[in-house]
Write a protein that binds this ligand. Structure first.
Ligand SMILES: Nc1ncnc2c1ncn2[C@@H]1O[C@H](COP(=O)(O)OP(=O)(O)OP(=O)(O)O)[C@@H](O)[C@H]1O
Length: 257
């Protein structure tokens, strides 16, 4: 595992830095979130339903404009230059959008074309991702006939073809069977081992516990706590499981990060 010192070394800008991120719809939903994630780090965002997690990710991915605050991706101002920021990142929504009339291979070729990935490199990446995610037996079938889990994997493959350095995922494992969840987790682990940064939301606490190096807890639009599991455990008086820690934090709701 890459050391935190190397990942957040003085010369390396954070992979992702949020400062004072704020968004309201009919009411305030994200309230001044500050967050910094080092390159190669795996960070999980937890929080109750409606806490603002997806809204935060959608702002990072450039799909929603914050009302206030800043977003920096590898030192680049993502609000000033969203196109450059998007080149460095991948967004995987919890509602996969894949063209029904394309096969996984055709879809990956299409997405690679949009990103202007070198065709030879794109072909190699597409085959590797399809193998990794267990889609090889279906590589030439139309996506229109796929289950939600298979579509989620095709969408993930599509998000990774341009070799993003930051992967943003909204509940990527929800609805996946155990085998598919394992394949997705393996791909994400491989990616972080090669220096890619991952930030994801999940309601599956066991996934955060086993995969994330740091966990951030969002409640009512605020980052109320973050740290390693051990740090969160210390903070909540030595609660044993992440579920206990999470419920303790969210139940109190008045801790500052
Ligand atoms: N486009 C929108 N217009 C109006 N309200 C919205 C919009 N998007 C989100 N919200 C509201 O903002 C709040 C936070 O939503 P968000 O999806 O960010 O929460 P979340 O933490 O991801 O929840 P969940 O865990 O249930 O997915 C919710 O009350 C939601 O209804």
């Amino acid at each position: 595992m890459v050391s935190l010192a190397r990942r957040t070394g003085a010369v390396m800008p954070a992979a992702l830095a949020l400062s004072g991120l704020t968004k309201s719809f009919d009411r305030p939903v994200v309230r001044g979130v500050d967050l910094s994630i080092g390159a190669g780090e795996f960070y999980a965002l937890l929080g109750p339903n409606g806490a603002g997690k997806t809204t935060i990710l959608r702002m990072i991915a450039g799909l929603l404009r914050p009302d206030a605050g800043s977003i920096s991706i590898f030192g680049q101002d993502a609000l000033a230059d969203p196109v450059a920021a998007k080149r460095q990142m991948a967004w995987v929504s919890d509602e996969p959008m894949v063209y029904d009339r394309l096969t996984p291979l055709e879809y990956l070729e299409f997405v690679s074309g949009l990103w202007q990935v070198d065709p030879d490199h794109a072909r190699r990446s597409a085959h590797a991702l399809i193998d990794w995610l267990g889609l090889a037996p279906h590589a030439n079938e139309l996506c229109g006939g796929f289950s939600k889990g298979m579509l989620q994997k095709v969408a993930l493959a599509g998000a990774l073809v341009h070799d993003p350095k930051l992967i943003i995922l909204d509940e990527p494992l929800t609805g996946l069977d155990a085998g598919s969840a394992r394949q997705v987790k393996d791909v994400l682990r491989e990616k972080t081992a090669s220096g890619v940064t991952v930030i994801m939301t999940t309601h599956i606490l066991e996934v955060a516990e086993r995969m994330a190096e740091r966990i951030g807890v969002i409640a009512d639009g605020r980052l109320i706590a973050e740290g390693t599991l051990a740090e969160l455990r210390d903070r909540t008086g030595g609660e044993n499981t992440l579920e206990d820690i999470f419920l303790d934090l969210v139940g109190q709701g008045n801790l500052t990060p």
